[in-house]
Design a protein around this ligand. Structure first.
Ligand code: UDP
Ligand code: MN
Length: 355
């Protein structure tokens, strides 16, 4: 095939165009790569600056935090000194009594105004001061919180919650009624249960609940025993029910099958209020369970326990229920004959002295 001149010219122009285009593209490519490189380098510089700035910022924050910690430590030191002066028990107590690995023991104490009230509270509170992770829930049987109990608790050095509710009139004991005539402390204990369920999440903060009347006597060992309660733990109680002691009876497998008691042994849980403790999680799972003030005498404990546990699930403590670590002591009502005489003579004792 012969090609004409003009065709060759056209071809030559085409080749020239193609190579020019190639060259142009090559230049473009180099330019692009150069630009990219610069961009990458710029990125690295930018990143380094960012890290540096961030580091400086974090350092500043840390320095600020360190300053605040030092300040807080100084303040804490000052507070401790002041606190120790005013409440000699509190400081050393607080530093000794917190152990994150132990469930908290919540002791619920109903209490009411009478001559021996402060003496009772003093005696048991100074036992409680020895117990780790202990939270005292004191519930006054009164329309309002009293100054005596409020001040007492403030100075006690204990972790506490102060509540109050008055026993309904129909259930109140008269001045000369025998104490067994009506149930005592029932609404107060129920209010404390309400408070616990509202304020403590047992799934996050394990706890054990104990009903600690203000007139009983407590060996510290009973708190060690109850600390590990998984359901409801039980043990003997001294000086109760007209006996030297009452206690759960255990079978060969070490499970409770009956009660050693002289009075109404047929009760589902023939056990005194001081003879058991409840795992808070279990109570949370049965959040409707409360003491029933309307039940016959001796059935108050059963009214709560039968809603949350069966006899087979009870956990015997105190060496398979062979040891007494709590006593149902009762304090004699003091006679105020001379007080009354002085009052009649217009020479009453100084009301400013708190007894
Ligand atoms: N209690 C109360 N209001 C009363 C009588 C008693 O809050 O009218 C309290 C009392 O302070 C104690 C608990 O309820 O913590 C049990 O009362 P008490 O010791 O008189 O009963 P008992 O030991 O005879 O069963
Ligand atoms: Mn009592």
């Amino acid at each position: 095939m012969r090609m004409g001149r003009s065709t060759i010219q056209k071809l030559l122009i085409l080749c020239l165009c193609a190579s020019l285009l190639g060259f142009f593209m090559m230049i473009m490519n180099i330019g692009f790569n150069c630009q990219n490189g610069a961009k990458t380098k710029g990125n690295v510089d930018g990143l380094a600056k960012e890290i540096n700035d961030d580091f400086k910022k974090k350092m500043k924050e840390l320095e600020e935090k360190e300053k605040n910690i030092n300040l807080a430590a100084k303040r804490l030191d000052f507070l401790q000194t002041t606190l120790r002066r005013q409440y000699p028990y509190a400081v050393d107590y607080i530093s000794q009594i917190i152990d994150d690995d132990l469930p908290t023991i919540y002791a619920i104490t109903p209490t009411y105004a009478r001559h021996v009230q402060k003496a009772e509270l003093t005696r048991i509170s100074q036992t409680f001061l020895h117990i780790k992770n202990f939270h005292w829930i004191v519930v006054e049987d009164a329309l309002e919180k009293s100054q005596l109990v409020s001040h007492f608790l403030e100075k006690s050095g204990l972790v506490y919650t102060h509540l109050n509710t008055k026993t309904p009139e129909h259930y109140q004991l008269g001045e000369n009624d025998p104490s067994w005539l009506k149930p005592r402390g029932v609404e107060q204990r129920n209010l404390a249960i309400d408070w616990l369920l509202r304020h403590v999440d047992a799934n996050k903060e394990p706890g054990v609940l104990y009903f600690a009347d203000d007139d009983n006597t407590y060996d510290l060992q009973i708190f060690h025993e109850m600390r590990s309660t998984q359901t409801v733990s039980v043990w003997p109680v001294g000086i109760v029910g007209g006996l030297k002691f009452e206690r759960p009876l255990l079978n060969a497998q070490g499970r409770v099958y009956a009660w050693y008691t002289a009075w109404k042994p047929e009760r589902p849980f023939a056990i005194d209020m001081a003879g058991f403790a409840v795992n808070l999680q279990l109570l949370q799972q049965n959040s409707q369970a409360r003491f029933d003030i309307r039940v016959p005498r001796g059935y108050i404990e059963s009214s709560l326990l039968s809603k949350i546990v069966t006899m087979e699930d009870l956990e015997p403590k105190a060496d398979l229920c062979t040891k007494v670590y709590v006593w149902h002591t009762r304090t004699e009502k003091p006679k105020m004959k001379q007080e009354d005489i002085l009052l009649k003579q217009g020479k009453p004792s100084d009301p400013n002295v708190e007894v």
